[in-house]
Design a protein around this ligand. Structure first.
Ligand code: FAD
Ligand code: DLZ
Ligand code: SF4
Length: 510
């Protein structure tokens, strides 16, 4: 194969963008693009089978598109007998094959991978050019500058800076509509009899079918089902998925963004995070298309602003926070939570219907929407005091969109408050009443959200108060929790005692 004296350009499984910085100034006559399917990446957590299939199929399609454009691609498949199973060893083998003058790569999305890339220049004895990932709308350095000297790093203020910087939904220096945030209009439950939009399923082609077969045979011990696989795995299909979302779901995205419905995994959500996170879609183009939908009168402002805030605000913010705070961020455990992760997170085998449904959706689709992740799966782990590291591993494993830079802040900071409040001003803790209001799960549950104590009582109810009582030393001074702490203090002693007893019994039985 060609390559001697040219550069070797490594593309990772979440760097599938034609404009990725490692491909800039590619010399087609001399350079080789290297892509490797490696065992260590497929097993460092027990990824959902669909997640592995999605990434490997998208990698193979990306490689064949590059080849079709005349680029020399050296693609190592997982079942290649010579495959050593790790990024570092595969790069070393490729250097022997191609004798390049330098190695070029875009910085990875995960700290773990950045650490071993650091050693490559010495290990391989050739220049290694680690380039910035320019696909985001902000850079880690820009975030660090914004964060400097601030006591609290609230997303809302970062988001406003990003609106100003990009001009998205701005009129001069003011936000369109006179408000930065329309969230107060976006908390409705799903009206009865709502006709939900149909979602596109992308039928697996021959490449995807090959990958599905291989994953089905090789990853039998990994969680999740492959049957429902219908993710877009090419840039063209990712764009189709984006257009479809904007056409049929975006206009109602805002109103019922927080709603949950049994048997309906997607509602009006975008289903775009896997494609955004591997680079088949770029955040800026997604935001601009949504903005256009507002200007052309297709979608209302509360929907478009709410959607753009998720990408321009939250997505950029969590990346900035991750790179600012790693590696210490991952090891914090502010609420001293040490209980092991219950087995039902993998099996769905629990009488709590909300958890059963959310785990079921997750295992079927490698997807659950934000409120299922935050207010059911995350909320339970928070209230039950599950060890953050185990919860984080689960979230990193089971979602097709999970890469540590985005998963960790969302789980550790937003859902578990394990960072002690760097990300959220108070824990997202809620009792059964919230889940009952935002979903129809409780109607088919063994428990009742109306019962506070006793055998039929929804466990979220007593766990909520027990959580506050247990964590009083850490959370008692939080102004945003003043009201629930006052309610707790006003409870008769016997009731508080009963809450502690029933919570302990429930937690011991997990
Ligand atoms: P929509 O709800 O339609 O939102 C549109 C887009 O906004 C998403 O595609 C996503 O790119 C972005 N977005 C929305 N919320 C966030 C957020 N909080 N952080 C970053 N981006 C956001 N998102 C991931 O991409 N990977 C993860 O591993 C991940 N883990 C999460 C774990 C927990 C506990 C929580 C609470 C949230 C997590 N999120 C994660 C954020 C969010 O839940 C998903 O991005 C969203 O559900 C993806 O589905 P969608 O494309 O239909 O999103
Ligand atoms: C997640 C993943 C998986 C399952 N497999 C591969 C792979 O075989 N080859 C590859 O290049 N990337 C894979 N990935 C994505 C990487 O884990 C990801 O690129 C790094 O974590 C850096 O973000
Ligand atoms: Fe979940 Fe409680 Fe409702 Fe059951 S009653 S579905 S456990 S919130």
């Amino acid at each position: 194969m060609s390559g001697a004296g040219g550069s070797l350009r490594l593309i990772l499984g979440d760097q599938l963008s034609a404009g990725i910085s490692s491909l800039v100034d590619l010399d087609r006559a001399r350079d080789v693009v290297l892509m490797v399917e490696v065992a260590s990446e497929t097993t460092y957590v027990p990824h959902h089978k669909q997640k592995i299939a999605f990434i490997l199929s998208a990698m193979r399609h990306f490689a064949s598109e590059l080849s079709a454009q005349g680029v020399t691609v050296d693609y190592v498949k997982l079942d290649d007998p010579e495959n050593t199973g790790s990024f570092s060893d595969e790069v070393a083998r490729a250097i022997k094959r191609h004798r390049p003058s330098r190695l070029m790569v875009t910085e990875p999305g995960e700290y773990r991978v950045r650490q071993f890339m650091q050693d490559w220049q010495d290990a391989f004895g050739l220049p290694v050019d680690i380039r910035d990932d320019t696909r985001f709308l902000s850079s880690p350095a820009e975030f660090a500058r914004w964060a400097e000297g601030k006591k609290q790093l609230r997303m809302e203020f970062f988001y406003r800076e990003m609106r100003r910087k990009t001009g998205l939904l701005m009129t001069g220096s003011d936000p369109i509509g006179g408000q930065w945030n329309f969230d107060s209009e976006n908390r409705k439950s799903l009206p009865k009899g709502s006709q939900l939009p149909s979602r596109l399923r992308f039928e697996p082609d021959a490449i995807t079918q090959d990958v599905l077969r291989m994953v089905g045979e090789r990853f039998t011990r990994h969680p999740g089902e492959l049957e429902a696989f219908g993710w877009p795995v090419t840039r063209a299909d990712a764009l189709n998925a984006l257009d479809h979302f904007i056409d049929i779901a975006l206009p109602s995205f805002g109103d019922v963004q927080d709603a949950m419905k049994q048997g309906e995994s997607f509602l009006y959500h975008a289903l775009l995070s896997p494609m955004l996170n591997v680079g088949l879609l770029l955040p800026e183009e997604v935001c601009r298309k949504a903005e256009f939908a507002y200007h052309s009168g297709h979608a209302p402002l509360n929907a478009v602003e709410g959607f753009i805030r998720q990408i321009l605000g939250w997505r950029e913010y969590v990346r900035g926070l991750y790179w600012l705070k790693m590696p210490d961020y991952a090891t914090g455990n502010a609420l001293n939570a040490h209980r092991p992760l219950p087995a039902f997170y993998w099996t769905g085998d629990t009488p709590m219907n909300c958890l059963r449904q959310c785990v079921g959706d997750t295992m079927r689709n490698a997807y659950a929407h934000h409120i299922q992740r935050l207010m059911v799966l995350g909320n339970f782990a928070l209230l039950a005091g599950i060890n953050p590291a185990e919860v984080e591993e689960w979230f990193l494993a089971v979602y097709a969109d999970a890469f540590e830079w985005v998963e960790l802040p969302n789980v550790h900071g937003m859902a578990l408050f394990a960072d002690g409040g760097v990300m959220a001003s108070k824990p997202y803790a809620a009792s059964g009443a919230y889940i009952d209001r935002m979903s129809d799960y409780c109607g088919s549950c063994a428990y009742s959200p109306k019962e506070k104590l006793g055998a039929k009582a929804c466990p979220f109810n007593y766990l909520y108060w027990d959580f506050l009582a247990r964590n009083r030393p850490t959370l008692g001074g939080n102004q945003r929790l003043a009201m629930p702490y006052r309610t707790l203090a006003a409870m008769p002693f016997e009731k508080r005692d009963q809450i502690a007893i029933e919570s302990q019994r429930f937690l011991d039985g997990l």
